[in-house]
Design a protein around this ligand. Structure first.
Ligand SMILES: Cc1ncc(COP(=O)(O)O)c(C=O)c1O
Length: 539
């Protein structure tokens, strides 16, 4: 969710009046700051103000129609290949979702069934991630992986502080180590909770992900933990959790403990991989079967195949959750134990998660994962045979595997998420220097596809990459259409008059005075005139 600023209605109206195109459409309704709407069969909504709450409401039918029409301007979720977030569930799941959408998971007394389903979800996930039976794995639903990462990081910080206090050492300068390819949630954790983020540079030679040996020089006695990413947001490549945990090439964490006495825990950010790796690569060791992995997060709303609004965080044993963090709440007659940032939480996504678990089972999840990989490989191969270098790896046979390996023998291919990241081939750039890669994103958008063009992670920012996330709803047929569209668009620009055909969109896309005015920090300058900056990150 973006940060929005209170709109200055007058300046929005003025911007519309001044705009070279909008001035032609400027109406009396806009002048008065009202919703611009061509009404279908009634006029009920004509007086609704845009930037202040109406004194009197309008009929629900009119309110529905107004917002329904306005939201048709959004992209089509099925064609939004920029997002890892799931966009389709079967009718029965939708029914269940609607039936339960008025329940608050926090009200355990009132909705005990929802709570029991939550507990069973935690158990099923603990089992899927090989939590040791003898240990007491604990976990909770969250709003998404970002909240889960905050909770995991805080738990590591608290344990580190406690150990430092016990040893009579200072505990004021904690740091955390992860690759510069991290998703913004990891940096948010560090900034919000006053932990120094130590970003290990990545580059093409490390496949744009953290190489365990490279992390070691960043670790010291103030390191609260290392976060390893199971499925890089940039190219889907899995970081090597086992190598990070075990003694091998460089100085990974077990060896480090032997030499220095440091005991560095590992958290796995499995936002996407947590519900993908166990099904596509059941033999891969990355989870609680590695002793040093103390906690894992995932997004139920990514490859858990639930709509947006659900994450999970699990600890291998309750001892990794400092007791100061767990609140005992006496609420409406019972005692609840809670470690979350938000108190209230919708129960429906948790129930929808259980729907998937019992509807699909392991086999159903596996079939979807293999299908996603097949479709992603088809795209990767088509791109590689034509004008593109593919940066993701899931289409490449693993070293030692035959070039002709069986499509669904996923473990014979390089492991990763069904993500295809690609860029123009070097020869293409030499031959057609006038063609900009970002044009592919813009032109695909005109056909409905949302395919972002990003800069590679810090350390390799000069490389731009287009990225397609292949989800369940991206069928083989859609994938074939996408391939044809990408190639046709590219070939149009290769033609001598091609560049002239590129419509000169501004970098912001179409003019949108409401949106631009609602953005914070765009007009604030500090004393030396510099703008206030936040992190700029791909997600
Ligand atoms: C690796 C990784 N970590 C964390 C997140 C944040 O997940 P969420 O959107 O569920 O908060 C993402 C989202 O894409 C991700 O890819």
């Amino acid at each position: 969710m973006s940060l929005s600023r209170n709109l200055d209605a007058d300046s929005v109206i003025q911007a519309a009046k001044d705009h070279p195109h909008r001035k032609h459409t400027h109406s009396i309704a806009a002048e008065a700051g009202r919703v611009l709407h061509s009404w279908k069969r009634d006029e009920d909504g004509a007086s609704v103000p845009k930037y202040t709450m109406p004194k009197y409401g309008i009929p629900s039918k009119a309110a529905y129609q107004l917002l329904h029409d306005e939201t048709t301007l959004d992209g089509n979720p099925t064609l939004n290949l920029a997002s890892f977030v799931h966009t389709w569930m079967p009718d029965e799941a939708n029914k269940l979702y609607i039936e339960n959408m008025n329940k608050n998971l926090a009200d355990q007394d009132e909705y005990p069934a929802a709570q029991i389903i939550h507990n069973r979800c935690v158990s099923m996930i603990a089992d899927l991630w090989h939590a040791p039976v003898a240990a007491k794995a604990v976990g909770t639903a969250t709003a998404g992986s970002s909240e889960a990462i905050m909770l995991a990081g805080l738990a590591m910080k608290k344990r580190w502080q406690e150990a430092r206090k016990t040893a009579g050492k200072d505990y004021y300068t904690p740091n955390i180590v992860f690759g510069s390819n991290c998703q913004v949630a990891l940096e948010k954790f560090a900034r919000y909770w006053d932990v120094e983020a130590r970003l290990v540079p990545v580059n093409a030679s490390t496949s744009y992900v953290l190489r365990p040996a490279d992390a070691i020089p960043f670790i010291d006695e103030n390191t609260i933990g290392v976060m390893v990413i199971m499925g890089s947001t940039y190219n889907g490549v899995f970081e090597n959790v086992e190598e990070m945990c075990k003694e091998c090439l460089g100085w990974p964490v077990d060896a480090l403990q032997e030499r220095t006495g440091l005991n560095i825990p590992v958290h796995v950010d499995a936002a996407s991989g947590g519900f993908f790796a166990p099904f596509a690569y059941p033999n891969l060791k990355w989870a609680f079967d590695l002793d040093r992995v103390v906690s894992i997060n995932t997004s139920g709303h990514k490859f858990g195949l639930v709509y947006a609004g659900l994450g999970w965080i699990l600890w291998r044993d309750e001892s990794f959750l400092h007791k100061d963090l767990v609140f005992e709440l006496h609420y409406l007659g019972s005692i609840e134990y809670s470690y979350t940032l938000n108190f209230s939480k919708p129960a429906a996504p948790v129930i929808a998660q259980m729907f998937n678990f019992i509807n699909l089972g392991f086999d159903g999840y596996r079939k979807i994962a293999l299908k996603d990989l097949r479709n992603a490989r088809m795209l990767a191969r088509a791109l590689e045979k034509t004008y593109f270098t593919v940066i993701s790896q899931i289409h490449l046979p693993r070293p030692g595997a035959s070039e002709e390996c069986e499509e669904d023998e996923s473990e014979l291919y390089m492991m990763g998420l069904p993500v295809v990241s690609f860029r123009f081939k070097d020869e293409f750039v030499k031959e057609y220097p006038q063609v900009k890669q970002a044009w592919i994103q813009t032109s695909l958008r005109t056909k409905g596809w949302i395919v972002p063009n990003y800069n590679a992670p810090k350390g390799e920012e000069q490389t731009e990459m287009l990225r397609v996330v292949v989800r369940e709803s991206v069928t083989q047929d859609l994938m074939e259409r996408l391939i044809v569209d990408i190639l046709e668009i590219t070939e149009t620009y290769m033609a001598p008059e091609g560049a002239d055909m590129m419509i000169a969109f501004s970098s912001k896309g179409s003019s949108h005075p409401d949106k631009d005015n609602a953005r914070p920090f765009t007009d604030t300058a500090d004393d030396d005139g510099a703008e206030q900056h936040g992190f700029s990150r791909q997600c």
